[in-house]
Structures are given as structure tokens and as C-alpha cells.
Design a binder for this molecule. Structure first.
Ligand SMILES: NC(=O)c1ccc[n+]([C@@H]2O[C@H](COP(=O)([O-])OP(=O)(O)OC[C@H]3O[C@@H](n4cnc5c(N)ncnc54)[C@H](O)[C@@H]3O)[C@@H](O)[C@H]2O)c1
Length: 306
């Protein structure tokens, strides 16, 4: 199969590219390398079946890259909630206009299937019931969440009216190897990276905020299954809440550190509590997370140390 992965030089996209290549497919990565790295694709490029095109998904000539593609995985994004708060116009440009550019090109080229990386941690806002399922109202509380919701709505239009089979994966908090420890998005990598340097990390807020942590390999499984079947919005999460404090002490214990975290002011646009009910993905895709937090953390820590 010929596949195209936008954002394929990033954390999730490069892990997905590796898996698609291992499954025997061809992979065209389109990435502007704004946060992604070519080095994430070293092994992929060595296969000879992966090509990297350095281009923004907002570029009109993206349309030239989709001819003959069977599945588009759209992961390219401005993926930082805080940047979306500081510069919502930039966020909308990449996350809404860029997404529409990708979907429009896919529809015009007759691409059969598009799988879109949305954000279950933001599109529902602060849900009344946890774990939240897909029937809950979508009331995002950050520009990033609004943009992800809007792009998901666009994909629904392309599905209903323009003949694309579309799946919107509402992802929980993903962690694992290749998540940038110097970025802002991946709290697991940030904590492990800081502890590895012998320092104490800063927890923003009192650390009682909860998140639903899913290991990267499980998420890659979900993308692969979503390219085969299913449609519409599907949550990808474990359904379990872990507080940021619990996460910190779990990582510190696994790394043999007794450093105490520092606490800073809570950040605008961050939710208090989230966990995603993924029973729809289980029924429709046959997907369920396989990696528990201790084992996923151990693999991530190994990667940070290496
Ligand atoms: N990591 C998570 O916990 C998480 C949770 C929910 C949703 N998501 C979504 O999953 C996707 C992948 O996230 P990630 O964690 O791998 O982030 P990442 O920053 O590692 O990857 C995003 C990739 O998109 C590329 N990119 C950014 N703007 C682009 C543009 N205009 N044109 C082309 N490429 C561009 C970046 O260079 C990077 O390689 C994103 O859509 C993100 O919003 C991630």
C-alpha cells in the first residue's frame, strides 16, 4: 500500500512510519521539520521505501503529493496547547487551514481513507463524566482544542459529502521513545529527561490534575487498525486517570531518584481531569491498550538514558 504520513518526522508520526514500513508499505512523509527531526526517520529512510518531503501542510502544492496514495495519516500539527493560547492565529493556520488543505487534496485525488490525529485530551473540554465517551459534548477550552474539533468536523464533511472514508482518533496523552524531552507537550519525557540530568522538574499547578497516559506502540496499533476499518470519531485512551504527582513519583522511583519536584503556577488552557473511554475503538477496531504504565515508563526511561 502507498501511504502518506503528514508530521511523519515527529514523535508519533515517525513511530507510525516505522510500523508501516515493517508491515511492507511505502511511506511518503510530509513534514516541515518545525518540531520533528529528520533523525527520527534515519532507519525509515534506509529501507528505500520511505521518502521525506520537506513541506508545510498549508502549502497549496501539497496537492501534488497525494496522487496514487491509498491512505493519508494526517498528524502534522502545531501540537502545543500553550502556543495555541499565545498565538491562536498561527494555531488555526496549521491545525485548521493545514488540515483542510490535506483533506481537500485527498478528496480531489480520490484517496480512499484519511486517519486524523485529534486530541481527546482537549476537544471535550472539562467533561462532566469520566472516562468521557464520544457522545459527550465537545466544548474545548483552548484554541488548540477548538482547532482539533474544527478539523474533525471538516473530516466529517469530507466523509459525508466528498466520499473520503475518514477516522478521527481522539488521542489521550501519548508517551514513549522519541517524544522530545525538551519540548512542552510530553510530561513523561520532560520528567524523565530532567531527572536524568540530576535536576528536579517543575510541576505546574498542584499536581493533582489527572491525565490518561497511553504508550506509543498502542497508539500506532490504533492508527494501523483505523486505516483498515471504522469511521468517525474514536477515543484512544486507557480510561484510567493518573495524577501528575503520581506520574512524577512513579518515574522518579523507576529512575532511582528521590528528588522532590518544584511547583509553579497552573497554566492557562490546561484541564483538571481527563480520561477517555475507548470502548468504541474496542468494538469497531478491535483495539485495546496492551502496555501498562510501569512497563511503558520503563521503555521510555531506557530510551531517554540511551
Ligand atoms: N503526543 C500527544 O500526547 C498527542 C495527544 C493528542 C493528539 N496529538 C496529535 O498527534 C499528532 C502528532 O503529535 P506528536 O506528539 O507526534 O507531535 P510532534 O510535534 O512530535 O509531531 C508533529 C509533527 O508535525 C510537523 N509539523 C508541524 N507543523 C507542520 C506543518 N505546517 N507542515 C508540516 N509538518 C508540520 C512537525 O515538524 C512534527 O514533525 C499531532 O497532530 C498532535 O496534535 C498528540
Amino acid at each position: 500500500m502507498k501511504t502518506l504520513v503528514t508530521g511523519g518526522a515527529g514523535f508519533i508520526g515517525s513511530n507510525l512510519a516505522d510500523r508501516l514500513l515493517a508491515d511492507g508499505h511505502e511511506v511518503r512523509v510530509v513534514d516541515d521539520l518545525s518540531t520533528g527531526k529528520e533523525s527520527n526517520l534515519t532507519g525509515a529512510l534506509e529501507t528505500g521505501r520511505c521518502e521525506l518531503v520537506k513541506m508545510s501542510v498549508t502549502d497549496k502544492s501539497f496537492a501534488d503529493l497525494v496522487d496514487g496514495i491509498d491512505v493519508v495519516y494526517h498528524l502534522a500539527a502545531q501540537a502545543d496547547v500553550r502556543i495555541s493560547v499565545a498565538d491562536p492565529v498561527f494555531d488555526v493556520d496549521v491545525n485548521v487551514l493545514g488540515s483542510v488543505n490535506v483533506f481537500e487534496a485527498a478528496a480531489n485525488a480520490g484517496v480512499g481513507r484519511v486517519v486524523f490525529a485529534s486530541s481527546g485530551g482537549t476537544i471535550y473540554g472539562e467533561p462532566a463524566v469520566l472516562p468521557v465517551d464520544e457522545s459527550a459534548p465537545q466544548r474545548p477550552l483552548s484554541p488548540y482544542g477548538v482547532a482539533k474539533k474544527a478539523a474533525g468536523d471538516y473530516l466529517y464533511y469530507y466523509q459525508q459529502v466528498r466520499g473520503i472514508d475518514g477516522v478521527v482518533l481522539a488521542l489521550a496523552n501519548i508517551y514513549g521513545p522519541r517524544q522530545d524531552p525538551h519540548g512542552e507537550a510530553g510530561v513523561v519525557s520532560i520528567f524523565a529527561g530532567v531527572i536524568n540530568e540530576g535536576k528536579a522538574p517543575v510541576i505546574y499547578g498542584d499536581g493533582s490534575q489527572t491525565r490518561d497516559f497511553v504508550f506509543i506502540d498502542d497508539v500506532v496499533d490504533a492508527f494501523v487498525l483505523a486505516a483498515e476499518r471504522g469511521d468517525g470519531l474514536m477515543n484512544i485512551g486507557t480510561g484510567e486517570e493518573t495524577s501528575v504527582n503520581e506520574l512524577y513519583y512513579e518515574i522518579a522511583k523507576a529512575m532511582g531518584s528521590d528528588a522532590k519536584p518544584e511547583y509553579g503556577p497552573a497554566r492557562t488552557g490546561e484541564l483538571s481531569h481527563i480520561a477517555l473511554d475507548a470502548s468504541l475503538a474496542e468494538r469497531e477496531l478491535g483495539w485495546a491498550p496492551k502496555t501498562g504504565l510501569p512497563s511503558g515508563l520503563a521503555k521510555t526511561i531506557d530510551w531517554i538514558r540511551s
